[in-house]
Structures are given as structure tokens and as C-alpha cells.
Write a protein that binds this ligand. Sequence first.
Ligand SMILES: [Zn+2]
Length: 145
Amino acid sequence: MSTSSHNSNNTSPSPIINESNQRRCAACKYLRKRCSRDCVLSPYFPASLPHRFACVHKIFGASNVARTLQQLPVHQRAQAAEAMSAEAYWRVQDPVYGSVGVINLLQQHIYMNQRELARTRAHIAIHSPTRGPCSPWAGLWTSPI
Ligand SMILES: [Zn+2]
């Protein structure tokens, strides 16, 4: 912490340490270790998003995340890190259901809105002056549900 205050006035005798501190990703900063150039976590957990790594570390563990990312091809790592981050975030928010709780809640919203839409369409059909099976509007208001 005190080294960062030395960085600002630019009189520190060890600029190499200052550079490595500035380069540290959120993972290495959280784990209080040096961030090497080939750190597998640094592209996906930048220092600007410390909470993102904290959630992932709490749920999956840093070594498991690093191992998982190393086992994947490079072009799939960003998507995997994003998926782990989202899952970890929702698991921290809801320790019992995690992202499934959010999915269930959104499905309930969809179901309630579909019911409301069907009810509204039924009201429109009942009060429409052009109702009836021979009407050009027949079948237009039927619900696909
Ligand atoms: Zn790092």
C-alpha cells in the first residue's frame, strides 16, 4: 500500500516493483502474489474488476479456475471465464439456488406475462365488433401458448 503512494510522486528508487504492482491482475492482487507475464488469469480478471475475481475465488477457488482455463483452448477461455464469473456472482447472491433461482424467477415472469397477454387478447376478441369465425380478424388474436 505504501508503495502506491510512492508511485504518484515518481521518486521511488525501485520502478520495476511499481510497474509489476500496476500490472497485477485482480486475481494476483487478491492472492497477494506477483503477476507474471504469462498469468492465465490476467486477461479475464483485470485489476479494474476486483469483485469479479473475489466471487469466482469464493465459489470455485483460484487454482481450480486457473486449471480450468489452462485446459481450454485460448479462444474458449474468455467465454469460460465469463460463465464462471456469472455463475459465481449468482451463487454469492443466492447461495442455495444460484443462477437457477434467477432463471426460475424470470420464467415465472414470462409465464405471468403470457397469461396476462392471453387474457388481454381474450378481452379484445370478446369486445371486438369484427369477431366471429368468418371475420377477417378470426384467428389473429389466438394465443400461440
Ligand atoms: Zn495475474
